[in-house]
Design a binder for this molecule. Structure first.
Ligand SMILES: Nc1nc2c(c(=O)[nH]1)N[C@H]1C(S)=C(S)[C@@H](COP(=O)(O)O)O[C@H]1N2
Ligand SMILES: [Mo]
Length: 384
């Protein structure tokens, strides 16, 4: 076993009694990072939200990265663990962890957002984890391009999708229920999975994957909502027909209108979204002084074209300062210098437009069920 990561130390004890430990730096006189802590969205299995007001590094520190787990974290011994690659391939494989790290590796910053991020803002309220703005984080992921491993196995002609299976499992008893215990899994169409943003990742921010983020190996499907990136990988199955597993049919699916009829399709790429880190809801902002409003924006497989801000419920919009996005896969930080001139309540809106012109809407589309939540959410503050 590798030495415990900071996340291991952190999750080993109840949140409330864990002092802020920064691994190696403890005892070396280094300043511990200042961070308001994670928000518990579910105790067991542990699901944790990144408090968006703490946003200040474009790569989220590993111990602050949001956690979304449907089942208990599986115990895996990396020394005996194997990744199976089977199905519609010329040569089924069983790779050890050492086999995988010997392959050519890449490191990329990639943003993961849970498809239910922002669910607490839905009215009427719906079931599911009540995420605020922070079911999203960006990591520096190191691993092997999935195409490298699929090439070794030799994908047979006619392959359509690749299923990624996690080692975690359990039964979902709430409606819709699973047919008994099932693993967490997800298929990805072949044309997406062969792209360079699709990785088998074994490091987050330069260290072994923390247990809660998929140790020892997970898939990362850049540009897509988090449910596509399977943690604690155990098996990869190449299939010649679309897979309709629980996590992409009953769960994580939405209605697409085809010929005027609603048809259920799996959730895939992240929609354009801008979030405000500061000010927070109900913050008091001083009148007559410049205040730096800032936040993040991302648009899945597209680049962010612009982030705009409105102080009059969307009647007029102004551009924020927004750097050019180098890769669509990682969020960018935007900012706006605001000098409020009058006291009183102010409602702030931001909206993101992607390179294809797709823009956040002020209305919630009910066809999206409880996923893909990117309609405009005001942040109300008081100028005093
Ligand atoms: N094996 C497994 N993989 C999983 C999940 C899970 O419960 N089990 N949750 C998925 C969901 S819904 C999300 S949003 C991301 C969250 O990744 P993180 O916990 O590293 O932030 O993991 C995905 N991969
Ligand atoms: Mo998710």
């Amino acid at each position: 076993m590798a030495s415990p990561t900071r996340r291991d130390l952190f999750t080993a004890a109840p949140l409330a009694v864990v002092p802020w430990l920064s691994g190696q730096s403890v005892g070396q006189g280094a300043e511990p990072p200042s961070f308001p802590g994670l928000v518990v969205r579910m105790q067991e299995p542990r699901n944790l939200e990144f408090p968006i007001s703490a946003l200040n590094e474009s790569t989220t520190p590993s111990e602050q990265f949001f956690v979304r787990s449907h089942f208990a974290v599986p115990k895996i011994d990396r020394a005996t663990w194997k990744l199976k690659i089977e199905g519609h391939v010329e040569k089924p494989l069983e790779l050890s962890f050492d086999d995988i790290v010997k392959l050519k590796s890449v490191t990329k910053p990639i943003t993961l957002e849970c498809a239910g991020n922002g669910r607490v803002f839905l009215t009427p309220a719906v079931r599911g984890l009540q995420w605020g703005f922070g079911g999203v984080s960006t990591g520096d992921w190191t691993g092997v391009e999935i195409s490298t491993v699929l090439e070794k196995a030799g994908v047979k002609p006619g392959a359509a999708e690749v299923i990624f299976v996690g080692a975690d499992q359990g039964a979902i008893n709430s409606d819709p229920a699973s047919p008994g215990p099932i693993p967490f899994d997800r298929s990805i169409p072949l044309d997406k999975v062969l792209k360079p943003e699709c990785l088998l990742a074994y490091k987050l921010n330069g260290e072994d994957l923390p247990t809660s983020h998929g140790y020892p190996l997970r898939s990362i499907i850049g540009g897509w909502y988090g449910m596509a990136s399977v943690k604690w990988l155990s098996k990869i199955i190449v299939v010649n027909k679309p897979y309709q597993g629980f996590w992409q049919s009953l769960d994580y699916s939405y209605f697409e209108r085809r010929d005027g009829l609603p048809s259920l399709v799996p959730v895939t790429a992240m929609d354009p979204k801008a979030v405000i880190a500061k000010p927070s809801l109900a913050e008091v902002v001083p009148v007559g002084k410049a205040y730096r409003i800032h936040g993040a924006a991302w648009a899945g497989e597209q680049r962010v074209r612009e982030v705009e801000i409105s102080f009059d419920a969307g009647k007029t919009w102004e551009r924020t300062r927004c750097p050019e996005q180098k890769s669509p896969l990682a969020w960018i930080f935007w900012e706006y210098s605001w000098t409020p001139t009058a006291r009183g309540p102010v409602s702030i809106l931001v909206r993101c437009t992607d390179a294809k012109g797709s823009r956040q809407s002020d209305k919630r589309d009910p066809d999206r069920r409880s996923y893909r939540i990117n309609h405009l959410i005001p942040v109300e503050v008081t100028v005093m």
